[in-house]
Ligand binder design. Structure first.
Ligand code: FAD
Length: 646
């Protein structure tokens, strides 16, 4: 039996971004002894990078805003594939979650009369994003960390131990969710610094590990986004929902090559920035799709007037949802009207005084000055699409965040599916983290409380041994590596690069059937080679080893994306098929669920040829009539299938 450190907790939260920390605060406040595990340093989650703001219908900038309008915008943005109950809860609860952050010490930018300021973003009918300059995620994480520390101080006063009820395990990676009799019993992981294995036993596990962007070559995502939580859920037997929907943000940096993909926040357009092609034309006016025709300005003059008088003018098409803008930029570049480095121009310099740009967009100013030697107060930026967010994710219950099919497993944040349908609106992620992080923590704590310590699922030693052997495979043949005759050892970095190139080129922003089939073949080949991924050295801080383990997750998740994308023969939101260019109402009531074909199988055992993922088509839940009544019938006709309309 493997010797590993073991501890017992009520709730284990995997991930310390906005969703994980909010879940942990809630679970601890409801009395659960809660452990938080994160791959990176505490405080360095992806959420820190969030720039533009948190969407919440507080009505501070326009009193016409309310949760019903926010719900409507979110459903429109997601092209009606959203799990509607999640969209409803999100719109209703987001303002409360933002105000709550202020009571915990967050300081948002203010309006002149002292209320929380709200800015415009694509797809939101009213200015709705509460923000702190363009560093909102930093303030969100800072506040949640501060809250955690204050809870720990409270625990110290009562128990003499800061970590008696809430402990953070930083720089630790979870590689397996453990189960007994189909129920969660804990997690297995390793410390990145020492390489030591550990087990945290708990009846409730909340997965809050964020996204999958590191499977694509051009991405705004950081190194942590290797789809770990998606893979952990799959391996534990929980299905993933609608993985074909990957968001390509329209504006990433395109130059210099070393920074390609880094995000240029949507706030630039929200604050008045415009997109132009190489001919100087504001081309977005040519790309307003029929479903949005009556909501967007038809002339530059009207679009410009909207910033000062939104009640009597329509918004400029630069503020269409992200999927529309990304496709338009892609089309302009393809038609030969791109910028010198293969993007288009985003100009704020002719729209705002230099002082206002530096005040409202300080990070963007520094980012371009330092990384590209471009002064955005005097010249346009060059931008193009970058892989940014995954709408697909763990299938969850809307109210409780419970993962489907695995009692004790919960998911919140970017790793969970359903909330954003086929396309997420900007700002709706940070609010999602807070709303559903809280709900996941709440229900995970309740579930744990219902299981007395003596009656909890026990950790199965055989599973711990198997998890340890799986983690050690890259080091030695004895630990289960394939025979040398299978081929030479493979370098995990080479495999990762090939995977990223494959996903970028063959399952990227515009998709075609033959290319996706080629991608699936290539993924099969990479899977076979990944069995031979070998590393040298020892377990103390060995990044090659860490990557070799992450490859299992990226390969699983990439196969889900490619299979689901091939199956869905329409274009909707973040999924664009050149061979099926329109949204097809017949696909509206369809969800695609991905499961592991052989739930006991791991990478080593999987047949490289046949793949590891099985797809199932299930029906979406009909939208509640009172929510449907928030839309005009004419609009619903564009989205809903025939049988749903009747
Ligand atoms: P994260 O914040 O990424 O946290 C994931 C956590 O899981 C990390 O602590 C990580 O270490 C941990 N983890 C991962 N795998 C493991 C493992 N195997 N074991 C242990 N721990 C693990 N959204 C908005 O709403 N508004 C914005 O303005 C905005 N701006 C953005 C700007 C940028 C540049 C980017 C990239 C995204 C932006 N987003 C924005 C999106 C938003 O930031 C993310 O969707 C959101 O922060 C995800 O939060 P999360 O809590 O789900 O995950």
């Amino acid at each position: 039996m493997s010797v590993v450190d073991r501890q017992e907790w009520d709730v284990v939260v995997v991930g310390a971004g906005g969703a994980g920390l909010r879940a942990a605060v809630e679970a601890r406040e409801r009395g659960a002894r809660t452990a938080v595990i994160c791959k990176s340093l505490f405080g360095k989650a992806h959420t820190v990078m969030a720039e533009g703001g948190i969407a919440a219908a507080m009505g501070n900038a326009n009193s016409g805003d309310n949760w019903q309008v926010h719900f409507r915008d979110t459903m429109r943005g997601g092209k009606f594939l959203n799990q509607w109950r999640m969209a409803e809860l999100h719109a209703q609860e987001a303002p409360q979650r933002v105000w709550e952050l202020e009571t915990w010490g967050a300081l948002f930018d203010r309006t002149k009369d002292g209320r929380i300021s709200q800015r415009n973003f694509g797809g939101h009918e009213y200015p709705r994003l509460a923000h702190v300059g363009d560093r909102t995620g930093l303030e969100l994480i800072r506040t949640l960390q501060q809250k955690i520390v204050s809870l720990q101080q409270q625990d110290f006063r009562e128990s003499g131990d800061y970590e008696s009820h809430l402990k953070v395990f930083q720089e630790c990676t979870v590689t397996r969710v453990l189960k007994e009799d189909g129920q969660v019993s804990g997690v297995f992981g390793y410390e990145r610094e020492t390489g030591r294995f550990f087990v945290l036993e708990a009846p409730s596990v909340v997965i809050a590990t964020g996204g999958i962007g590191k499977s694509f070559k051009v991405t705004s995502n950081s190194w942590e986004y290797t789809g770990d939580g998606h893979a952990l859920a799959l391996l534990a037997g929980a299905p993933l929902l609608n993985m074909e929907f990957v968001q390509f943000h329209p504006t990433g940096m395109v130059w210099p090559p070393s920074v390609k993909g880094i995000l240029v926040t949507e706030s630039v357009r929200g604050d008045g920035g415009v997109l132009r092609n190489s001919e100087g034309k504001r081309f977005m006016f040519d790309y307003v799709p029929d479903v949005f025709k009556d909501k967007y300005a038809v002339t530059e003059e009207e679009g410009d007037r909207w910033y000062d008088d939104p009640d009597h003018n329509r918004r400029p098409p630069e503020l269409l949802p992200r999927d529309e803008v990304a496709r338009a930029i892609n089309a302009e570049v393809k038609e030969g009207r791109g910028s010198p480095h293969g993007g288009v121009f985003l100009d704020v310099s002719t729209r705002m005084p230099a002082e206002a740009i530096q005040r409202r967009l300080p990070s963007m100013y520094h980012q371009f000055k330092e990384l590209a030697d471009v002064d955005i107060t005097a010249e346009p930026m060059e931008v193009g699409p970058t892989c940014h967010y995954v709408m697909g994710g763990i299938a969850v219950d809307s109210d409780t965040a419970a993962a489907r099919g695995v009692p004790g497993l919960y998911a919140a944040g970017e790793v969970a599916g359903g909330m954003h349908g086929s396309n997420r609106l900007g700002g709706n992620s940070l609010s999602d983290l807070l709303v559903f992080g809280r709900r996941a923590g709440w229900h995970a704590a309740e579930y744990a409380a219902g299981r007395a310590p003596g009656a909890r699922p026990r950790v199965d030693d055989a599973q711990v041994d198997a998890a340890a052997a799986e983690a050690l495979r890259p080091f030695s043949a004895e630990a289960g590596a394939p025979e040398p005759s299978d081929g030479p050892p493979e370098n995990p970095y080479t495999l990762h690069q090939e995977l990223q190139q494959t996903m970028n080129d063959l399952v990227g922003i515009i998709r075609r059937e033959p290319e996706m089939k080629r991608a699936l073949e290539k993924l099969g080949e990479l899977r076979a080679r990944a069995r031979r991924a070998g590393v040298e050295g020892h377990r103390q801080f060995n990044p090659g080893w860490h990557l070799a383990l992450d490859l299992r997750n990226m390969l699983l998740v990439s196969e889900c994306v490619a299979r689901a994308a091939l199956e869905r023969t329409e274009s909707r939101g973040g999924h664009t098929r050149e061979d099926h260019p329109s949204m097809d109402r017949r696909w509206r009531p369809a969800n695609l669920l991905c499961s592991l074909t052989d739930p006991t199988g791991v990478l080593a055992a999987a047949d490289p040829e046949s793949g590891q993922i099985t797809l199932e088509r299930t029906a979406t839940e009909a939208v509640r009539p009172d929510l449907l009544a928030l839309f005009e019938k004419d609009e619903l006709v564009k989205y809903l299938a025939e049988e749903e309309l009747s």
